[in-house]
Design a protein around this ligand. Structure first.
Ligand code: PLP
Length: 417
């Protein structure tokens, strides 16, 4: 309801002040309406300060120094791992592997678990709405092993076709990989149900959590997924931070991803033995400051509460949907039912090219994304080459929605002239 959004945004306005970049104005004195958090989020003071403080006061290589500074750096890095584990309710911090992003997390699973467990003729199930990051790693693996890939179809309103999923599961796949929340359609998929169905069919599951972990409570034990991949930079953390969650028994059974320092137990010229999990998957000097910054981001989000984050975005999205539906010729993609969608809205505006829409919004200092959003198979299914996408996060408010709507009306007026 509009009134409750207004109530909410009044409190939420304070959150915006925590983000220095959002307090900037453009040459025309317009404040930034940042509506591209699905690509990468802005960073609050506390995260910037954590990274800054790490370099000023703690910087040293970790795990091998016997001096105070290195021990402090190691402690901060491992504390961040515990915070991330707690954030997704992992049973142990050893189930969290630090990576650069979701892409790296999924490639890690494909190249380690996948190479060991996928054989010629095996079936890998993905979905039509997957981001390329959850398609291409499986294609590379399937090419190498001679495995097959099938994609779960989507319904016309942008939900997974669960009966088609059932048909594919009846074919006995080894792996089911799917997005928890679609980065293009905003669809929230019934992840726990899909995991249960996949497990019943004997498959291992990889949940792409790039668009869920930053925006809603995600509990890996409730989901029961085998793997969950997510990006720190999309959840207020530094660029170059991200994590892979994996069930300990699976991780322990997996060979290393990359070879080098930090991931070994004993090395001779001919061969090596490998460190325990998770060090086995973190070859070389890790991005310690970014992990520490991710810990600060987790702390910030926990202070707000992930249920509250989800509710705020839900309210803003509902408000935006109502207003966008009032714009003639605007076509919104994805589920109409509010409970089925997260804070990402993809749309087209008559026959105005999405890039032109985004460029006109940019003149108003409204930042949105236009393109295929790394979802070309989805665009093909929708018969589109591109959409304009607006996505919300903790720092957005009703004013951002107003600015989006008035910018779109201006785009229409320009193209009508
Ligand atoms: N999966 C989804 C659903 C995404 O939205 C994205 C990024 O937009 C990715 C994967 C890839 O994330 P990253 O670029 O951080 O690896």
């Amino acid at each position: 309801m509009v009134s409750s959004v207004t109530e909410k945004t009044r409190d939420w306005l304070k959150i915006r002040d925590d983000f220095p970049i959002l307090n900037s104005v453009d040459a025309r004195g317009q404040r930034l309406a940042f509506l591209d958090s699905a690509a990468s989020s802005q960073k609050p003071e506390s995260v910037i300060a954590a990274v800054d403080c790490y370099y000023r006061e703690t910087n040293a290589n970790i795990h091998r120094g016997v001096y105070d500074l290195s021990e402090r750096a190691t402690a901060q890095y491992e504390a961040a791992r515990h915070m991330v584990a707690d954030f997704v309710n992992a049973a142990s911090a050893r189930e969290i592997v630090f990576v650069r992003n979701t892409t790296e997390a999924i490639n890690l699973v494909a190249q380690t678990w996948g190479r060991r467990n996928i054989a010629a003729g095996d079936l890998i199930v993905v979905t039509t709405m997957d981001h390329h990051s959850n398609l291409v790693p499986w294609q590379l693996l399937a090419d190498e092993k001679g495995a097959r890939i099938e994609a779960v179809r989507i319904t016309d309103d942008g939900r997974l076709d669960m009966s088609h999923l059932g048909e594919l599961l009846a074919m006995g796949p080894q792996l089911v990989a799917f997005p928890h929340v679609s980065n293009s359609l905003g669809t929230i998929n019934p992840a726990a149900e899909i995991v249960r169905m996949a497990h019943d069919a004997g498959a291992v599951t990889v949940v792409d959590g790039a668009q869920s972990v930053p925006h809603m409570p995600v509990d890996v034990r409730e989901l029961d997924t085998d793997f969950l991949a997510f990006s720190g930079h999309k959840m207020l953390g530094p660029m170059g931070s991200g994590a892979l969650y994996g069930k300990l028994a699976l991780l322990e059974d997996m060979p290393p991803f990359m070879g080098g320092g930090g991931m070994i137990r004993k090395v001779s010229i001919e061969r090596s033995t490998f460190a325990d999990v998770p060090a086995r998957f973190e070859a070389g000097t890790p991005s310690v400051a970014d992990a520490v910054g991710l810990g600060a981001a987790v702390e910030y989000l926990q202070q707000i509460g992930m249920a509250e984050v989800g509710e705020h975005e839900h309210n803003l999205t509902q408000l935006a949907v109502e207003r966008l539906q009032g714009i003639p010729e605007l076509r919104l993609y994805g589920p109409e039912k509010p409970g089925l969608r997260g804070g990402t809205l993809s749309f087209t505006l008559g026959d105005i090219h999405p890039h032109d829409v985004a460029a006109i919004l940019n003149e108003e200092n409204v930042a949105v994304r236009a393109g295929h959003h790394c979802c070309q198979p989805l665009m093909d299914r929708l018969g589109l080459v591109a959409t304009t996408r607006a996505s919300f996060y903790v720092y957005n408010d009703e004013d951002d929605v107003d600015r989006l709507v008035s910018g779109l009306r201006r785009a229409q007026a320009i193209f009508a002239a």
